[in-house]
Design a protein around this ligand. Structure first.
Ligand code: ATP
Ligand code: MG
Length: 568
């Protein structure tokens, strides 16, 4: 490809809302163009990168025996009514009507479509298992589309759906997918981590996320430096932080004037905040109602919202307003487990179970209780609610857990029968009995990966593509293309490299100066440049490594071979 023939509108201007390097450099490098909120066009360079990633994903999926298909992007809302997701997905689901007033949805994912595809077509266990995938547009009307391709509203996803007769077979396929995903990210040249993930309302243990490690990642992941353990903070566990029990004392109400926080109360009572209960009040949002709920964690812990949300089976948790607190009979800063209104939903963190000498609010302004004995309170619901902290102990090996930041680039899930049951999709098992299909689903954020590669690989000048993702591996820069001999020498190198199977672009622009061409090379981020310039008379050209920006003078006759060896 020649620069002179390609539409690559690079620019020095950074979009005002672009905070992430990937967003800035993909726009400035002429890869993508924003057309609306969370909507991006892929310009030629961006399309090449997207296709490279897509090809790798397809190759690794095909190797596992999964079948590529293609679902329609527009789906009838009736599918979503059947599965129940027209309510649970809320505003993320973009709905519209056609000319006949029929209701449709832009697919945010395709469980329903695929169940509909196989329903009544696969009728026997003999035709199982099967794994169907496509690489297709998705639309989610995200509340806050941001960070360019990272969180768009329209984006490209590879999503696969597998169907099984038994749970063991689902687990087998889940592992096959995990291995295939690892190969994808490895081939892309990315540093990544496979972590345990939140399985949401669906429950079960089988959900793993694949995170590209990058400081800008939106997700906090908990990792153990001493073993393989890794989990999204939403699902991370630790070795319980259990200290010795104290002696049981009698329950006593004490005045704690103006002491609302754990610190204030502990200091005032000269007590260790470990032996206290922290109340966190939230408003749980359900399909049909809202309800104030009360979570208790140890004074030294913090509530993990996703865990809390799952614990009460809500769609979402929000902060409760002052008014709602009053209505629920709660006193902010003084909420406690003793003497609560009966109708209020309460969940206590598992690690508090059996504690017998705790401080907590007295549900009365300026008062707390001492000597709260949880063993004496019956019927309490205990769930894992805490956010694992750095330095907490790994439950697998005893190591000290650490935080790192990750970009969720993939998510695999053991779904079970949620969708097949809801949509009445069944097969006949070995005994001739009708059973709902057991399903798995597996997603990769293909367009998000374009951004993730750059989040992990850039410098202050621009993108640094990995070999497998680079739009072209080599940029032959002809310093002044107006000079016949330079252009000719450049074209010769360009042809040689292409003949060796190395994807190459030549900067043959006559109008642009050398400095501008170098700037484009650094901004766009091809892995190597060959500069044909002044030293041509001596038979020399320069190879530049984009990553290190190191320069190397080489004989013109050897440049192709040298690059071939670097790249292979
Ligand atoms: P997130 O937690 O980041 O919102 P998710 O858990 O909702 O993502 P999944 O439903 O698991 O996403 O979708 C599979 C993959 O699709 C994700 O792992 C991610 O890589 C990608 N993806 C999800 N939402 C977006 C988006 N808005 N823009 C780009 N890629 C996305
Ligand atoms: Mg996910």
């Amino acid at each position: 490809m020649k620069f002179s023939q390609m539409f690559m509108p690079t620019t020095k201007e950074t979009p005002s809302d672009a905070t992430l390097p990937s967003h800035q450099f993909l726009v400035r490098g002429g890869f993508i163009s924003q057309s609306g909120a969370g909507l991006y066009d892929f310009m030629p360079l961006g399309k090449i990168v997207l296709d490279k990633i897509r090809t790798i994903v397809k190759e690794e999926m095909d190797k596992t025996g999964a079948n590529e298909m293609l679902c329609s992007f527009v789906t009838p809302q009736s599918f979503w009514d059947e599965s129940g997701r027209s309510t649970t997905m809320g505003n993320e689901l973009l709905r519209f009507k056609d000319r006949k007033n029929a209701q449709y949805v832009l697919s945010p994912t395709n469980e329903e479509s695929v169940v509909n595809m196989i329903k009544n077509r696969i009728t026997s266990y003999k035709n199982l298992p099967i794994n169907l995938y496509h690489i297709n547009l998705k639309f989610r009307d995200e509340a806050r589309p941001r960070f360019g391709l990272m969180r768009g509203r329209e984006f490209l996803m590879k999503d696969a759906y597998s169907f099984h007769a038994t749970n063991e077979d689902l687990v087998r396929e889940f592992h096959v997918m995990e291995e295939a995903y690892k190969k994808v990210y490895t081939r892309l040249g990315l540093e990544f981590r496979v972590v345990d993930a939140d399985s949401g309302a669906i429950g079960g243990s089988g959900s793993k996320e694949f995170h590209v490690l990058a400081n800008s990642g939106e997700d906090t992941i908990v990792v153990c430096p001493d073993c393989e353990y890794g989990a999204n903070i939403e699902a991370a566990i630790r070795k319980p932080n259990k200290r010795e029990s104290l002696e049981t004392i009698t329950l006593e109400k004490v005045e704690t004037p103006n002491c609302k926080t754990i610190d204030e109360v502990s200091t005032f009572l000269n007590a260790d905040s470990y032996y206290s209960m922290k109340a966190v009040i939230k408003k749980a949002i359900y399909e049909d109602r809202e309800e104030v709920v009360l979570f208790f964690v140890r004074g030294t812990d913090e509530l993990e919202e996703t865990k809390a949300c799952n614990a009460v089976g809500a769609l979402d948790l929000e902060d409760a307003s002052e008014e709602e607190l009053v209505k629920a009979g709660l006193v902010a800063g003084y909420c406690g487990i003793v003497g609560l209104h009966e109708n209020i939903q309460v969940v206590v963190d598992t690690e508090l179970k059996d504690d017998n000498n705790l401080v907590c609010g007295a549900n009365e302004e300026n008062y707390h209780y001492k000597g709260v004995d949880l063993t004496s309170i019956n019927g309490l619901e205990y769930k894992d609610l805490i956010a694992v902290k750095e330095g907490d102990i790994c439950s697998c090996c005893g190591g000290k857990l650490e935080y790192t930041k990750g970009i969720e680039a993939g998510h695999i899930f053991q779904l079970g029968t949620k969708y097949s049951e809801a949509m009445d999709a069944k097969f006949l098992d070995e005994n001739g009995k009708a059973q709902p299909f057991i399903m798995g689903c597996y997603g990769i954020g293909v367009s998000r990966l374009v951004a993730a590669v750059i989040e992990q690989n850039h410098d202050e000048k621009g993108c640094i593509w990995t070999k497998e993702t680079a739009p072209f591996l080599v940029d032959v820069i002809v310093s002044s293309a107006k000079k016949e001999d330079e252009l000719e020498a450049g074209l010769k190198i360009y042809e040689e490299l292409k003949a060796l199977g190395i994807s190459t672009i030549i900067d043959d622009r006559k109008k642009e100066r050398f400095g501008f061409k170098m700037g484009d090379f650094e901004l766009i981020g091809f892995p190597y440049a060959v500069v044909v310039g002044k030293k041509l008379q001596d038979g020399l050209v320069e190879i530049i490594d984009r990553k290190t920006l190191e320069k190397e003078e080489v004989e013109i006759g050897k440049v192709a071979e040298i690059l071939f060896n670097k790249i292979k």
